[in-house]
Design a protein. Structure first.
Length: 131
């Protein structure tokens, strides 16, 4: 038997209330859903996903990951994103998988040689462009 703690039971009750608002056609239902679940994620992971919600739920732009190779490094950054958008992505550079947090400011990744192959994990809803 799985026992739930108090916080989990409260969370379930809040989830049911929010889903009921959505089902009843409450115009504030979606806003409450985003606020409640965004807050839950933020509290559990101690990371603010507000900019991710802003990007994917409030704009029609798909984030564009731009990369530029210079010597023995690759520089990456996002374009077509809301200000402050910053997320971890999984990149494969010359067969090596790397997890890098990227935002609108350029991030330099040392490759140890000229980078021939660059790919973004296909599970990310983003486009990739070489500069």
């Amino acid at each position: 038997m799985i026992r739930k703690g108090r916080s989990s039971a409260r969370s379930d009750k809040r989830d049911r209330r929010t889903l009921r608002l959505l089902a009843d056609g409450d115009p504030n239902g979606l806003r409450r859903l985003l606020r409640d679940h965004g807050g839950t994620v933020r509290a559990r992971l101690q990371v603010d996903f507000g900019k991710v919600f802003d990007q994917y739920l409030r704009t029609t732009d798909i984030p564009e990951l731009v990369h530029e190779t210079k010597g023995d490094s690759v520089t990456v950054w996002f374009e077509k994103v809301v200000p402050g958008f910053r997320v971890p992505v999984v990149l494969t550079i010359d067969g090596k998988e790397r997890r890098v947090t990227v935002g609108t400011e350029p991030v330099e990744i040392a490759t140890g040689g000229k980078a021939e192959d660059f790919a973004l994990d296909r599970n990310f809803y983003m486009t990739v462009r070489a500069k």
